[in-house]
Design a protein. Structure first.
Length: 171
């Protein structure tokens, strides 16, 4: 069988990404033999996600008023831009084009995907998630639900982008 690392391994190297979500330590077993001990632990801080350019903070009231005045046209642009910025920054997510298509074809999906991606961005940055996909339930509240949802989403995006201003990724 495959060699197993012993408790008395001579040498242990730092965690290395072996495959998505799996990290391993290459351990010397002596006699020229080495084995990888697998783990599904979180990446160490030194291997945090590479961050791309930061997004643009937008006025919450501006986004709401413009969405209403343009009868939803600005909201379509906002969905595209927000998801595009999320994907460019994190390297993950559905991106602007797919989000726009989903918004046009079946908008309720976006109500849950958007807060989920915003929450994941915070989590991947080592911060507490200000929201999860469940935040999408706010939009089901008659009349005021969409306003609450927009305030929560754009507010969280603004706080995140503003916290990154001046960082190396912002340049």
């Amino acid at each position: 069988g495959a060699p197993r690392p012993s408790a008395s391994a001579e040498h242990t190297r730092p965690l290395t990404l072996v495959s998505s979500g799996h990290y391993g330590r290459l351990q010397s077993l002596g006699g020229g033999q080495e084995a990888i001990c697998m783990s599904e632990t979180a990446a160490p801080a030194a291997t945090a996600h590479v961050q791309g350019p930061i997004g643009q903070p937008r006025g919450v009231a501006f986004a709401i008023v413009l969405s209403i005045v343009t009868l939803g046209i600005y909201h379509l642009y906002w969905v595209f831009k927000s998801f595009d910025e999320l994907q460019r920054h994190t390297g993950q997510g559905i991106g602007g084009v797919l989000a726009l298509v989903i918004q046009i074809v079946f908008a309720p999906v976006i109500w849950f995907v958007m807060p989920s991606e915003v929450g994941r961005m915070y989590r991947d940055d080592g911060r507490a998630e200000p929201m999860t996909g469940w935040t999408g339930l706010w939009i089901l509240l008659p009349i005021v639900g969409w306003f609450v949802w927009m305030i929560k989403i754009q507010g969280a995006l603004n706080r995140y982008w503003e916290s990154k201003e001046g960082s190396p990724a912002a340049v």
